[in-house]
Design a protein around this ligand. Structure first.
Ligand code: 13P
Length: 261
């Protein structure tokens, strides 16, 4: 049997409300026939687009998430968005610790952990993003970095809550216009290590947590990444922002997995 696959895109600080809605309408129309038992599709738009995004016609075909979240329910936290505010929108997931949050906005593992615990306690799926920088890779500490991002980020998460945790491995050096995609060999090595870390922390439940790869995923490398044993999904930026192109990438990736199964 082919593994369950996860495909999602982070719209970052792109697409206004109208463009987000039209992207979601197109994407759900293109992918309507794909069985959601086998394929989970998610889109993470800007905060301002979310109230309109949740009203799209085929809402049931796509999980919608926020790009960040404050960990307190309310309080003196100017500029933050609380889990209760996101719950009002009936969102499915919250992305936590994206590389741009960690590196441009200086978020720490400790803060990501507070957000993960808060998101889970409010019933969201927590999509924890991890990844080493170029410099950490050069120093040969990539594995230690990923392990500690997982250990701190998921500290205090119970085995019961783990069913709502997804992890995206996005090497910082691979993300964005100046990024170089990880080779399938490199991604395979890191995903295996991540899987082992999850199993050592959570036992059998750790084997079930979806591990997604992200960072310059494109039509040329998606198939070679998705077929890797510990890669359950692809988290895509630029190559997904055209709905037709994303649909093609999803179908080709799913076909590559089916052919391998
Ligand atoms: P790119 O696919 O554009 O490199 O972005 C990946 C990403 O940051 C997804 O969160």
């Amino acid at each position: 049997m082919s593994k369950k696959l996860y495909f999602g895109t982070n719209l970052k600080m792109y697409k206004n409300i109208a463009d987000t809605v039209s992207f979601l309408n197109d994407l759900t129309a293109y992918t309507e026939d794909l069985g959601r038992e086998e394929i989970e599709l998610f889109v993470i738009p800007s905060y301002t687009s979310l109230p309109d995004a949740v009203k799209i016609e085929r809402r049931h075909l796509v999980h919608l998430g926020a790009q960040n979240m404050g960990w307190e329910d309310q309080g003196q936290f100017t500029g933050e968005i609380s889990p209760l505010m996101l719950k009002e929108l009936r969102l499915d997931l919250v992305m936590i610790g994206h590389s741009e949050r960690r590196h441009t906005f200086r978020e720490t593992d400790y803060e990501e952990n507070l957000k993960v615990l808060s998101a889970l306690s409010h019933g969201f799926t927590a999509l924890l993003c991890i990844g080493e920088t170029e410099q950490e890779k050069e120093f040969g500490v990539s594995e230690e970095v990923l392990r500690s991002q997982i250990k701190i980020g998921l500290h205090g998460v119970t085995a019961d809550q783990l069913g709502k945790v997804w992890i995206a491995y996005e090497p910082v050096w691979s993300i964005g216009v100046n990024g170089t995609p990880a080779t399938p060999e490199y991604a395979a090595h890191m995903h295996k290590m991540m899987r082992e870390t999850m199993v050592s922390l959570f036992g059998d439940a750790g084997a079930e947590v979806p591990l997604l790869y992200g960072g310059s995923v494109n039509p040329g490398n998606a198939e070679s990444l998705i077929v890797l044993p510990n890669v359950d999904g692809l988290f895509v930026g630029r190559a997904a922002w055209n709905a037709e192109a994303f649909n093609t990438l999803i179908r080709k990736s799913a076909a590559a997995c089916a052919a391998k199964a």
